[in-house]
Write a protein that binds this ligand. Structure first.
Ligand code: SF4
Length: 193
């Protein structure tokens, strides 16, 4: 795994390296400076999983929480939790990033403040379609294919389809569907290198 630095994240997201779940949390954090408990775990462990070290994680979270969360509050309430994700606090257990099944079967956002979960599962069809259109996916056939995957609860197939549509030059044949957000990133990142 390459080392992912704090100042690379917004660029990586803009370059379509993040699956929709992580993109949603990245945007919420950057725009509203908000990441609730489950989002902090899902997104924080994803960042760790793609190669961000703990020092960069602290820099990244601190700067994205600002100005809503001041430095002293960050140190008191969030520093520990981020170090915990890296197995450096508390039980010092190595925390593994969540896979798609865990995210899909876990709880989904209950309000607009929450940004965790799998958007292919929790977004209403119309809202998802608008989001996909804003990502440049506009052809009716692709949109209806994604809609029918979602109707059959095959969210990871929707995600794989979106990967293919947003990476038209990646001709690599993969034997597996997207099963972790990290795999989505790794495919995209390897392809761009
Ligand atoms: Fe994220 Fe997996 Fe859902 Fe894709 S299928 S948006 S990687 S949880």
């Amino acid at each position: 795994t390459d080392t992912i630095r704090a100042n690379m994240i917004d660029g990586l997201a803009a370059q379509k390296h993040f699956p929709l779940c992580m993109l949603t949390m990245q945007r919420k954090l950057k725009t509203d400076h908000v990441a609730k408990y489950t989002a902090r775990r899902q997104y924080g462990l994803f960042l760790k999983g793609i190669g961000m070290g703990v020092e960069d994680a602290l820099v990244y979270w601190r700067s994205n929480f600002a100005p809503r969360i001041a430095d002293d509050k960050f140190d008191k309430e969030y520093r520990y939790n981020i170090r915990y994700l890296y197995g450096l606090e508390g039980s010092r257990r190595n925390q593994r990033p969540f896979n798609c099944i865990q995210i899909i079967n876990g709880d989904q956002p209950r309000d607009r403040e929450e940004s965790h979960g799998c958007p292919y599962k929790y977004l209403a069809p119309q809202a998802l379609e608008e989001k996909l259109q804003s990502m440049g996916i506009t052809d009716k056939q692709s949109l209806s294919e994604i809609r029918s995957y979602n109707e059959s609860s095959l969210y990871h197939l929707s995600c794989t389809k979106v990967y293919e549509l947003t990476h038209p030059n990646d001709k690599t044949v993969y034997s597996e569907r997207i099963m972790t957000p990290q795999a989505y990133f790794q495919r995209s990142w390897n392809h761009a290198k």
